[in-house]
Design a protein around this ligand. Structure first.
Ligand SMILES: [Zn+2]
Ligand SMILES: [Zn+2]
Ligand SMILES: [Zn+2]
Ligand SMILES: [Zn+2]
Length: 212
């Protein structure tokens, strides 16, 4: 297994680990010679800093552990060594109503199950269960699926200020648009009326037949 060396502490790392297991920020800072996960940028006492860096550069020329468009030596010598600092988790989207945030865990890679996670917002009230990781888009706004649930009747997300529950829906399990609810109730009434009329007609026909 090919190894590559930390430019700060000389610790050997497998090239595979750096390229495929380490989070992107670790890979980037390692490549720029800022340190590794073991030393976190602090050179051990008694180690000659320049010599360590030179050894790491030589090793990288030989092993070319990084992408072809990266200059292994220039990355180590031509720019200032950045601080070993974990970046903050990036916010991918946030709910315009409760402020819950979908964030990217900087320590994980995209194929990790927990790469994206939710952080409660300042106005989160009723998140007995967490909303979906995908936002609900309404016009230019983005909401979480708890604030803007899908309408039980038309399937489209409902604006948080317009979420409606039918009086019989005691546990609030079937949110809908008021318009959709009223349309559905009208349809149900029409159907009932039609059914009743048909029933009358049938009875009347039967009566007719018995009579003749
Ligand atoms: Zn190191
Ligand atoms: Zn929300
Ligand atoms: Zn919330
Ligand atoms: Zn609807």
């Amino acid at each position: 297994m090919t190894s590559t060396y930390c430019a700060v502490c000389s610790e050997p790392w497998s090239v595979y680990h750096i390229r495929h297991d380490a989070p992107p920020w670790v890979q980037r800072l390692f490549r720029l010679g800022a340190g590794c996960e073991a030393c976190e940028g602090h050179a051990p006492e008694g180690l000659d800093e320049e010599e360590t860096r030179l050894l790491a550069a030589e090793d990288r020329v030989l092993n070319v552990p990084f992408d072809d468009d990266v200059d292994p030596v220039g990355d180590l010598f031509d720019r200032e060594r950045p601080a070993w600092e974990r970046p903050e988790d990036r916010v991918e989207w946030s709910c315009d109503s409760c402020g819950i945030e979908c964030r990217i865990d900087a320590d994980l890679r995209p194929d990790d199950e927990y790469y994206r996670y939710l952080k409660r917002g300042p106005h989160c009230k009723y998140h007995g269960h967490l909303p979906e990781l995908e936002p609900q888009e309404i016009g230019n706004a983005q909401f979480c699926s708890n604030c803007a649930p899908d309408c039980d009747l038309c399937g489209e997300p409902i604006d948080p200020s317009e979420v409606y529950f039918d009086e019989d829906d005691l546990y609030g399990r079937n949110p809908c648009h008021l318009d959709c609810y009223e349309a559905a109730r009208e349809d149900a009434e029409d159907a009932r009326r039609e059914w009743r009329d048909e029933e009358y007609e049938t009875e009347y026909d039967d009566y007719d037949q018995e009579d003749s």
